[in-house]
Design a protein around this ligand. Structure first.
Ligand SMILES: [Zn+2]
Length: 333
């Protein structure tokens, strides 16, 4: 195993630890994302063969489809509707990783399932974290939000927010990272990857402008989000929403709130005149539904950890963001 691959794996594992409730060692912190630049060796491809690429989440998959285009042979690991925090890989996922030239991950501790999967794959795996160059939000960034109880801080495990894709600006950075890595691995197609990324970044810029315009319809005092778990930090930061609270006080869905935390959230919803609770399609809505019933607010389903199916109106990342924005604006304006 090359030194480079060791570095990539170490950074990944530290990200996994920080995101999954085990206290990360300071020297293995999130501030050391896997490096992508100028270090991936070209893959020796047979004539006519394409680079074999695995993407973890279907949102990462959609990004790779846009940037890789016809140059890559893409396998997306998480099916539509799968929750990235609690996904259980199957033997075919181990096989896909073993056969891949490169595995693209969201990073920042989102893909906990990769630790055992890579152990089981029994082979060298080249991992590229798309989060490189993105400044992660952590719990301290949430401290001043109304309604967050002290118990929520205690409950949190000290990780960073892995939901970077909820801001199209971050996805633009991710597209650049993907293009750079693909160009290094498959130099013959480098110009195509770079052109695809540039075209996609243009669409992301338009999406960002459109979201700002849509959010303008919500009176500023009503730009308050309550969500099932801590998903919308990057969206809130970009578009000026206040995060009032979350049903599961964690960056992951693998946690349960205490009765006290739920009572605190109910109080915060009432105090802040919050109009809706937003629940991802990959998350069990029972607790959110009880909150909505008890406080008389709306429960609105959004697409968070997964894209929607072909009929959903959220089957690509661009449509997913348009769908979510419209649903949020409709509920809060
Ligand atoms: Zn999540």
């Amino acid at each position: 195993m090359s030194a480079k691959r060791v570095v990539i794996l170490l950074a990944l594992v530290s990200g996994l630890l920080a995101g999954c409730g085990v206290k990360a060692q300071p020297e293995l912190s999130q501030s050391q994302p896997p490096a992508v630049s100028s270090e991936l060796a070209p893959v020796k491809l047979a004539a006519g063969a394409k680079l074999k690429v695995v993407a973890t989440t279907n949102i990462v998959g959609d990004l790779l489809k846009n940037v890789g285009g016809d140059g890559i042979d893409l396998t997306v690991m998480l099916p539509i509707g799968a929750d990235p925090h609690s996904f259980q890989p199957a033997p075919r996922d181990v096989a896909a990783v073993s056969n891949a030239d490169v595995v693209f991950i969201n990073g920042l501790g989102l893909e906990r399932f990769l630790t055992s999967l890579i152990e089981n794959s029994n082979t060298q795996v080249t991992l590229v974290s798309l989060a490189e160059g993105i400044e992660p939000l952590d719990m301290t960034g949430h401290d001043d939000h109304a309604g967050e109880s002290e118990s929520a801080d205690v409950h949190d495990h000290g990780g960073v927010d892995p939901h970077i894709w909820l801001s199209p600006v971050n996805v633009g950075v991710m597209a650049g990272n993907a293009a750079r890595a693909l160009a290094q691995l498959d130099p013959a197609n480098a110009p195509m990857y770079q052109a695809n990324a540039a075209a996609y970044q243009q669409q992301l810029t338009e999406l960002d402008r459109w979201i700002k315009e849509q959010v303008g319809q919500i009176p500023p005092a009503q730009r308050k989000l309550v969500t099932d778990h801590d998903t919308f930090g990057y969206f809130a930061e970009r578009y000026g929403f206040e995060l009032v609270g979350t049903v599961i006080p964690s960056f992951s869905t693998n946690a349960e709130p205490s009765a006290q935390e739920l009572a605190d959230l109910q109080q915060a919803v009432e105090k802040n005149s919050v109009k809706a609770v937003f629940v991802g399609t990959t998350v069990n809505p029972v607790l959110s539904s009880r909150l909505a019933d008890d406080t008389g607010i709306k429960l609105v389903r959004l697409y968070t950890g997964s894209l929607g199916d072909a009929a959903s109106g959220a089957a690509t990342y661009l449509d997913y963001m348009r769908y979510n924005t419209s649903a949020i604006v409709e509920a809060l304006k």
